[in-house]
Design a protein around this ligand. Sequence first.
Ligand code: C5P
Length: 234
Amino acid sequence: MSVAALVLAAGRGERLGASVPKAFVLLAGKPLLVHSLEALAESVSLDWLVPVVARADLGRFTSLGDSMNAIQGVTKPVVGGDERQDSVRAGLAALPEDVEWVAVHDAARPLVRPEDVERVIAAARSQGAAILATPVRDTIKRVRDGQIQETPPRAECYAAQTPQVFRVELLRKAVEKAAADGYRGTDDAELVERLGISVTVVEGHGSNLKVTDREDLEIAERLLAQRAAGGELR
Ligand code: C5P
């Protein structure tokens, strides 16, 4: 029953305004991708960590050299696609046959806590599919053309994070159906939901932020420093 993580690092991340793609931007002197892989490597349930990188970044990945070799379970990189969903598809196609469960993780979430990775994998194993998510603090509005269309009850609203964990066969089916329908989702669970399959939510931690802009990078630096000092704020 082996479990693999697809670690998605093939995006450009232009909002960060860096000279290198987002996954290779340094946080406390180390690329976001390396942080993410190191955090996942601490999870005892993951057998393989599969980096998914853009073809143009294969050289960059290779030059990580020793820091990559030191991380348990990291495989050769898989070349990603134009959009996140294409990168997931490429990663799934490259998984060895005996992999039964897959945890999809954004390399742009460098601070994921190993205990949360364990919890979401355990939930998927008992329920079939599970994601990390946090309850939202703000009231969410669905807006079109500047006008509110709907206000979903806040107590029912969660912000989806990664890892998102599924049986490999289930995610393959979901991704293939989305491709056949020309449907583009913004996370993996959405594609599984379209099959009418229920996905369990495991409450994650606010520190598992997705680094999108400079401010996020500064917040991540502060969170890392707090962790190093033995404490962590939500
Ligand atoms: O762009 P966004 O921040 O939503 O990307 C989330 C994650 O998906 C990032 O870690 C990014 O590198 C990855 N991604 C990818 N392939 C793409 C686009 C995004 O692997 N084509």
